[in-house]
Write a protein that binds this ligand. Structure first.
Ligand SMILES: *Cc1c(COP(=O)(O)O)cnc(C)c1O
Length: 416
């Protein structure tokens, strides 16, 4: 519920539970729900198995297919959820866990979150329809794509979309001010649904096990030579993979693939970490100059650069290489990758790995069709989730960049 620790640090488990060989060897026989339940049970001991099963079932009501592209290249599609990106895993699971505890304690919660686009839609969708939680999503007017706006501002029910006359930083300031406002804090239970919440990392470890399980089923090969390639920005996704390895999943290597925001690939090559101001790219969900999960990565490897560099290979990919990869992959195999996934695929090529590789595919190409369509010279069909949302009417409240207006809305919504 707290997200960040009181001293500003990130929460970590005191130790990682460990699966035995028997569990790993039987992975190939398990489906996603079974794996999700087995893994979460190791961390969550105060929810009955029956209730946890229900949470898992409702959170992951979409498929997670592994697609074979060539002999040794596999793509794990993590974008079949409602917002067509992998953030659905973390947002939906965390939302249902929070709602479960709130109900049990007969409490309500108000979440106030600022977004520049993608996080807002995943959080809004993740919490949509839950009984004890209200979400206020603040987004900058005219600065999110029409599709992103529709994804967060057409929901209604417990989701209040607030369109702010200002930029993203203004939204973030307003959200912070609301979270620390004495009157709001006295009257309401407040939280920020932060992206660094451990409750969002845990569910992301499930699909590493499930990717390995499907690899087993598809190829009849043992899983101990697998490499996972992870398109990375804030490094939550990759950290979830490191956690799966800590829990006993035999991963040979991770490839951390970034765009030109390459603080971690640089660290993995030199042992020196230098954070930078983020640079804009066509894989914009990965434009992070100073990834917050680096602290967790250091913790997992006992602050040993040597150990980390042995497990993780870092590769940075330019926009030009990203475009070429989308184009070549399409012409060679017919597969259409979004710019983030393409970075993962380009990183595999550059790393010259000869063993089987699973690339995590983090978004559906239709979400970035302005970039993808001119490269492949063809339209990308809109999946049904997007078509449905585009037909809906926007229901946001427009406010100036003014805290009193925001406060009034939050209080009003809570007095009904
Ligand atoms: C958020 C995001 C990423 C980066 O994930 P991290 O966990 O922050 O490293 C990659 N691709 C897409 C499409 C995203 O939305």
């Amino acid at each position: 519920m707290q997200g960040l620790a009181g001293d500003g640090g990130l929460f970590m488990p005191e130790h990682f539970p460990h699966f035995d060989k028997k569990f790993i060897n039987a992975l190939g026989k398990k489906n996603f729900e079974e794996i999700a339940l087995e893994v979460s049970k190791q961390y969550i001991s105060d929810i009955s198995e029956k209730d946890l099963k229900k949470i898992v079932k409702e959170a992951f009501n979409f498929k997670v297919p592994l697609v074979q592209i060539s002999d040794n290249l596999f793509i794990l599609e993590l974008w079949h959820g409602p917002t067509l990106a992998f953030k659905d895993f973390g947002a939906r699971f965390m939302a249902r866990l929070m709602n479960y505890y709130l109900k049990r304690e007969k409490k309500d919660l108000n979440i106030i979150v600022a977004t520049s686009g993608d996080t807002g839609s995943a959080v809004a969708r993740g919490f949509y329809g839950l009984s004890n939680i209200k979400v206020f999503v603040l987004y900058p007017s005219g600065r999110v794509t029409p599709l992103q706006e529709k994804q967060m501002a057409t929901l209604g029910k417990n989701i209040v979309a607030i369109e702010v006359g200002g930029n993203f930083d203004d939204c973030q300031k307003l959200a912070k001010q609301a979270l620390s406002d004495p009157e709001l804090r006295r009257k309401l239970n407040l939280s920020s649904a932060n992206s660094i919440n451990f409750g969002r990392l845990l569910p992301q470890s499930f699909y590493y096990f499930y990717g390995a399980a499907q690899y087993c089923q598809l190829t009849n090969q043992p899983i101990n030579q697998l490499t996972f390639t992870v398109p990375s920005g804030n490094f939550g996704n990759l950290t979830a993979g490191l956690i799966a390895k800590q829990m006993g999943l035999p991963v040979k290597q991770f490839i951390a693939a970034t765009n030109v925001n390459d603080a971690i690939p640089k660290y993995l090559k030199s042992g020196k970490y230098v954070s930078r101001v983020s640079r804009k790219t066509i894989s914009n969900a990965m434009d992070v100059g100073n990834p917050s999960n680096f602290a967790r990565m250091l913790e997992i490897y006992g602050h040993s650069y040597k150990k980390m560099a042995k497990d993780i290979n870092g590769v940075a990919i330019s926009d030009k290489e990203t475009r070429e990869t989308i184009k070549n992959l399409y012409h060679e195999t017919g597969y259409v990758a979004d710019p983030h996934t393409a970075i993962g695929i380009a990183a595999v090529k550059q790393s010259n790995v000869s063993q089987p590789v699973i690339v995590l595919s983090t978004a559906h190409p239709a979400k970035f069709r302005e970039v993808v369509e001119p490269i492949i010279g063809k339209k990308v069909a809109l999946p049904r989730q997007l078509k449905a949302v585009l037909r809906k009417k926007k229901k946001s409240v427009l406010i100036e960049n003014n805290f009193e207006d925001l406060k009034k809305i939050v209080l009003e919504e809570n007095s009904q």
